[in-house]
Structure formats: structure tokens, C-alpha cells
Ligand binder design. Structure first.
Ligand SMILES: C[S@@+](CC[C@H](N)C(=O)[O-])C[C@H]1O[C@@H](n2cnc3c(N)ncnc32)[C@H](O)[C@@H]1O
Length: 312
């Protein structure tokens, strides 16, 4: 099956990364290499791109897409961007010109039924981006306590019926494990009262989002990963973050704002005692969103928010 993921806010990403021939860029979320291919077009013949993804299917597809570039211009690594320090040490890169995070899952992960990410296809409950990982969606659904399930569904899914869904899951799994996406969808439909089910999108949308975020530990690793990436930028280097969920965007915003502050002494002190120096300057004062035209062409771009910052 063809690997197709349309890169989101592509022109804006390239503009904010400001890469030119010779730039050294890290794409922390390579996916199908849509952004990476366009970056390589700008930075070659002198530049270098390091592409990271934890999903072997994404790396295989990226290798095909980038085959027209010289091996000297890029390297692809299977790994988690939370291990950026180790990966950079192994590749021998430092003083980076640009880092891109295009967070979350790719269209291909959603669209391949057997990955178990989508409520549209019947498949085993999996949802792992890294197929080597032990924890699956099956484990979360069948082994988490009611309290833990409620927290996950409420926090990562922002699901109003989190409590009821967790209770219905606990009841359903007393008979036998909930093994497939469609079995889980049935439990969710039973848990959400009919009038609420008729409003809005698919009743399982929020629950599936919450499960996916939990299985892949998506939010917990963000702050550390952004801070690590910023550490490796050379002065004038750019950080670009594309997020698709308010929790992701909040972490991006907080890290950028925190590192762009100067003195953080309490107000009223006659002299600064903290010695805090800004490390970043904010490039996108307001978050950048896709245009209605892009959303019409690529509905999955709808929730995208882009933030960029420059290393001082
Ligand atoms: C939205 S897609 C990126 C699409 C890509 N920009 C393109 O143009 O094709 C996100 C990708 O990041 C990967 N990913 C998500 N979190 C990751 C992490 N913590 N470490 C490594 N890869 C990750 C996913 O496996 C997925 O392939």
C-alpha cells in the first residue's frame, strides 16, 4: 500500500525554518518525509538532514521518497525523539540550524487498519507507533483501573462522559477482554447517552485519541524533548513545532515562553538576583493556523497550530 501523508503547513514550515543550502536540520517526526523532502530540496547539495521516527513503516516509506538525494545529505534513525541527546551523539551532530516537530500520528498510521488506531476499521486494539513497545491499547483498556481509565479519557480525550465510559469498560471486560476496535466502539456507544451520541462527530473519536496518546506516552515526553532540541540549536537556529491537540500546544507555548524570558525575579526587587537570561526569541507571536483552503484540501490539517522560535 502506498504511504501517503500530506505535509501540513508546508510553506510556513519552510519559511520559519529559514533553511538554505548548507543548513543542518533535524526532522524529529519524519513520517512519510513530506516535510523532509522539501527541506532537502532547499538545503542540498551542501546541507544535511537527520530524520527520526519510531515507526518502521514510516522510515521505510521515507527511504523510498528520499532516494533521489545523495546518502551524504541525510541519515534516518529509528528512535524516539525523547532520546535526542543520545541520537545526536551517535550521529555526531551539534550546532543545528533547524529542528522540526510535526507531532502526533500520520495519516498512514490512521489509515492502515491493522495498526488499530482508527474506529473506522475493525482490528486488534494496538495503537503503538513503535511496534517494539510492549504496552498496547489492549493493555490499557483491559488492565487499567477504573480511576486510571477515567483520568486518561478525561485528560487526553477531553471526553465529557469519561467516567461512564470507564465504568462500562470495567463491566464489559468482566465477561471477556475487549479485544478489537469495534468491540470498544460498541462499549463506548452503550456508555454515551443517546441524545449526546447524536451530537457532534463519531462517539469514539475522543476515546480513541485519549488511548493513542496514553499508549505512546505522547504528552509526557514533550517538554524534555523540546528543551533538549533547543539546547542543540546554534545561535540563530530555528525551532518549529506543529501540534494538533491543545495539550501539545500548551507545552510548546510554555517552553517557548519560559525560555524567552529574561529576569524572573519577583517584581519590586531593586536589583536582579536571578541572573536568568533568555535563550530564545519568539518568532510567531500568534499561533499560525492553516488557511480554509488548506483545510478543504486536507481536513486532517484542521487542528494544526504552528509555533516557531529562534535561538539567541
Ligand atoms: C504527523 S506525522 C509526521 C509527518 C511528516 N511531517 C510528513 O510530512 O510526512 C508524525 C510522525 O512522527 C512519529 N512520531 C510521533 N511521536 C514520535 C516520537 N516521540 N519519536 C519519534 N517519532 C515520533 C510518528 O510515528 C509519525 O510517523
Amino acid at each position: 500500500m502506498e504511504y501517503f501523508h500530506k505535509p501540513v503547513l508546508l510553506a510556513e514550515v519552510l519559511k520559519q525554518l529559514r533553511c538554505t543550502n548548507g543548513s543542518i536540520v533535524i526532522d524529529c517526526t519524519l513520517g512519510g518525509a513530506g516535510h523532509a523532502e522539501a527541506i532537502l530540496d532547499l538545503i542540498t547539495p551542501e546541507g544535511f538532514l537527520l530524520g527520526i521516527d519510531q515507526d518502521i513503516a514510516a522510515l521505510d516509506a521515507a527511504r523510498v521518497r528520499l532516494a533521489r538525494f545523495s546518502q551524504q545529505n541525510f541519515s534516518l534513525v529509528r528512535g524516539n525523539f525523547s532520546e535526542l541527546d543520545r541520537i545526536l551523539a551517535e550521529v555526531g551532530l551539534y550546532a543545528i540550524d533547524g529542528v522540526l516537530f510535526d507531532l502526533g500520528v500520520s495519516s498512514v498510521q490512521f489509515d492502515r487498519a491493522e495498526r488499530g488506531f482508527s474506529y473506522r476499521f475493525d482490528a486488534p486494539l494496538d495503537m503503538r507507533m513503535d511496534q517494539r513497545q510492549a504496552l498496547t491499547a489492549f493493555d490499557v483498556v483491559n488492565a487499567y483501573s477504573r480511576g486510571d481509565l477515567t483520568c486518561v479519557i478525561k485528560e487526553y480525550g477531553e471526553e465529557r462522559w469519561a467516567n461512564r465510559i470507564a465504568a462500562f469498560i470495567i463491566k464489559a471486560r468482566q465477561n471477556r477482554p475487549i479485544a478489537t476496535t469495534f468491540e470498544l466502539v460498541d462499549v463506548i456507544k452503550d456508555a454515551i447517552p443517546a441524545p449526546a451520541r447524536r451530537r457532534g462527530g463519531h462517539p469514539a473519536k475522543q476515546m480513541f485519541q485519549a488511548l493513542r496518546i496514553e499508549v505512546n506516552g505522547e504528552i509526557k515526553i514533550l517538554e524534555r524533548s523540546f528543551r533538549d532540541a533547543i539546547k542543540w540549536l546554534r545561535p540563530g537556529g530555528r525551532l518549529v513545532i506543529l501540534s494538533y491537540h491543545s495539550l501539545e500546544d500548551r507545552v510548546a507555548k510554555n517552553v517557548i515562553n519560559d525560555l524567552s524570558k529574561g529576569c524572573i525575579c519577583p517584581p519590586g526587587l531593586p536589583v536582579c538576583t536571578c541572573g536568568h537570561m533568555p535563550q530564545l526569541s519568539v518568532v510567531t507571536r500568534k499561533v499560525v493556523r492553516p488557511t480554509p483552503g488548506e483545510i478543504a484540501e486536507n481536513p486532517r490539517a484542521e487542528s494544526a497550530r504552528l509555533r516557531a522560535a529562534e535561538k539567541l
